[in-house]
Design a protein around this ligand. Sequence first.
Ligand SMILES: [Ca+2]
Ligand SMILES: [Ca+2]
Length: 180
Amino acid sequence: MNATVTPVRIMRSVNLQAQYTCTCLPGFQGVNCEMETDPCGSMPCENGGECINQKTYYTCSCISGFIGTNCQLDFDECQTNPCNNGGLCINLPGTFSCDCAEGWTGDACEVNVDECSSNPCLFGGICSDLVGRYTCTCLPSHTGINCQTEVDACASNPCQNTGNCIDQIRTIRVAVRPVT
Ligand SMILES: [Ca+2]
Ligand SMILES: [Ca+2]
C-alpha cells in the first residue's frame, strides 16, 4: 500500500507495516517506544560540566567557576570579594585572579610578604616584618635603616683640652681611637 507519510517529530515513531504510529512519552523512543532516550546524548553540558542522565531529562554538574543549566555561564567570583587586604579582583572565564596591594601575595592576597627574608638588617640587627616594609632594631654599635652605619661616640669630639676620646661602644673591637 502506498501510504503517504507526513513528516513527524523525532518522538513520534511510524511503523508502516503495522500502519500505526507511536507517540512516545518523554524518555522513550523507537517505533514502539521500546528504547530509552539518552538525554545526555547531545552532550549538552558545556565547559567541562558532567551530564547526569535523569531518564526523562538531564542535569549538569558544573565544575568550579561555571554556573547555569548547561554550565554555560561564567561565575563572577568577584561578587564575593575573594581578594583580601585591598587586593583588586579580576573576573576571568571559569576563574578569577587577585591583583594584590603592595606587601601582600597569594591567590587571595592572604599572605603577608616577608620583607625580612633577604636579611636586610646588618651587624646583628633584628628585623621586624611589617606590611610592605620592615624595620631593623640595631645593636648599640650600629645605626641606620639597615644598621649599616657604625656608631662613633667620639665623632663630636666631646673631650676638650686635647683629652683622648675612647669610644666605649667600640672598645670590644677597637681599644683606643688614635689621637688626632
Ligand atoms: Ca569567573
Ligand atoms: Ca611583610
